[in-house]
Design a protein around this ligand. Structure first.
Ligand SMILES: *Cc1c(COP(=O)(O)O)cnc(C)c1O
Length: 406
């Protein structure tokens, strides 16, 4: 605690790390696949695999038997192809700038909500090769997808392009709005409308092999939404989509552990203000620990009283999160906590769920894991592969040194 004090030698710890356990991703894919069997599993690896690394996630998912990968953008799908991923990939969110030609050349399936059908067919014509498409119908989410009013017209156009050999209609899909709240009836209405859209498609002699609707919450709570395939993201990363169920309740394992070490420890008197805005003052003498991660690393600026695990014990953040750091009140004067001690923000053995940070920040766990910044190295580990003798990895495979940094 003293400024001149000697510190015991520390292992060469990374300053910050998001430790990604490939074995957890595999476990989660297998668990979800067993819930939805015999439906196929598409794993959404958009947004850098929800912050876990797109390639790491894709590879782990495929190793565990995932059938498909999903991305929002064609550019994300192309990056996976460039990295050598050969599995089927669907990309569903396009702009006028989207390179449909490259998507077709690289065997990337395209979600079609409306206008895209024409440039996709044009690209297919100039390549002399049919585009594989999945038609998307909006059954209530109000985002992408063809409205039910325009659906017959889209089907007519698609059937025509298909007859001309320019497209091949592989799937019909929709996306659910409130599946994370299983009691809400809007999901029933969406499923009714989806089944109606399938009937209308059949009247246009469009009967694709892949009907897909369910995201993670529907995969886990609505067997009637499984159809031929589910599209799952958050559950694969070991996050619960439900407010009242933890990752563990669902038989899943968090794939990301966010960790760093204590950057400073100091005693302060009662009344000490904490961080910008002095929005918090301690009401008695206490000890503060400084955590060297901030909003540039993806820690939400608005989070207050968020949990942090130091040396296996839980503490709370106080005051505003700054760009590079935030403060934890250790709430004791004679603390054992010292500079260099291990800090887990969520995941791992900390018992802290990303969902708790979400609650502290008024958001959801999806955002917490996806927003972890580029300044935080992703360290890929595999808790199912025993460490080689002589390498510094603890019992759950987490490296204590920088080994495995990728
Ligand atoms: C992101 C996404 C999913 C996966 O949703 P989760 O709730 O993370 O399982 C499925 N479908 C579409 C269209 C998506 O954009």
């Amino acid at each position: 605690m003293s400024i001149t004090g000697d510190f015991p030698p520390q292992p060469a710890t990374l300053e910050r790390a998001a430790v990604i356990d490939a074995a957890a991703i595999r476990h989660n894919v297998r668990t979800i696949a067993s819930y939805v069997h015999p439906a196929k599993v598409m794993v959404a690896v958009k947004a850098e695999g929800y912050g876990h690394g797109a390639l790491t996630s894709a590879q782990a998912a495929l190793d565990a038997g995932a059938d498909w990968l999903g991305t929002a953008h064609v550019s994300e799908a192309l990056a996976l192809r460039e990295a050598g991923i050969e599995a089927p990939i669907l990309a569903w969110l396009h702009t006028r700038g989207t390179d449909f030609g490259r998507a077709i050349s690289e065997h990337i399936d395209l979600g079609i909500s409306g206008w895209e059908i024409h440039p996709v067919a044009e690209a297919a014509e100039s390549l002399q090769r049919p585009a594989r498409v999945h038609l998307k119908v909006d059954t209530g989410l109000g985002r992408n997808g063809c409205t039910i009013e325009d659906w017959p017209e889209l089907l007519r156009i698609a059937a025509n392009y298909q007859e001309r050999g320019l497209i091949s209609i592989e799937g019909i899909f929709t996306h659910l709005a409130v599946a994370d709240e299983p009691d809400r009836r809007e999901t029933d209405a969406q499923l009714d409308l989806y089944r109606h859209a399938l009937e209308v498609a059949q009247e246009h002699r469009i009967v694709p092999d892949l009907r897909h609707v369910a995201n993670t919450p529907a995969a886990l709570s609505r067997p009637d939404a499984h159809f031929d395939m589910v599209r799952v993201g958050v559950g694969v990363f070991g996050q619960s989509p439900f407010a009242d169920r933890t990752t563990e309740d669902l038989g899943l394992r968090p794939a990301m552990e966010l960790r760093t070490s204590v950057a400073n420890v100091k005693r302060v008197p009662a009344g000490q203000g904490i961080s910008y805005g002095l929005t918090h003052r301690v009401d008695q003498p206490t000890t503060l620990a400084l955590i060297p991660m901030g909003y540039a690393d993806g820690i939400p600026r608005v989070a207050v009283h968020a949990p942090v695990c130091i040396n296996g014990r839980r503490y709370q953040s106080v005051g505003r999160v700054a760009m590079d750091q935030f403060v934890v009140d250790l709430a004791e004067l004679d603390t054992e906590v010292t500079v260099g001690d291990e800090v887990v923000i969520f995941g791992g053995d900390s018992g802290i769920e990303a969902a708790e940070w979400a609650a502290a920040a008024g958001t959801n766990n999806y955002e917490i894991i996806t927003r972890i910044g580029e300044r935080v190295p992703r360290v890929i580990v595999d808790s199912e592969i025993p460490p080689l003798p002589g390498t510094a990895a603890d019992h759950d495979g987490t490296p204590l040194t920088g080994q495995g940094l990728s």
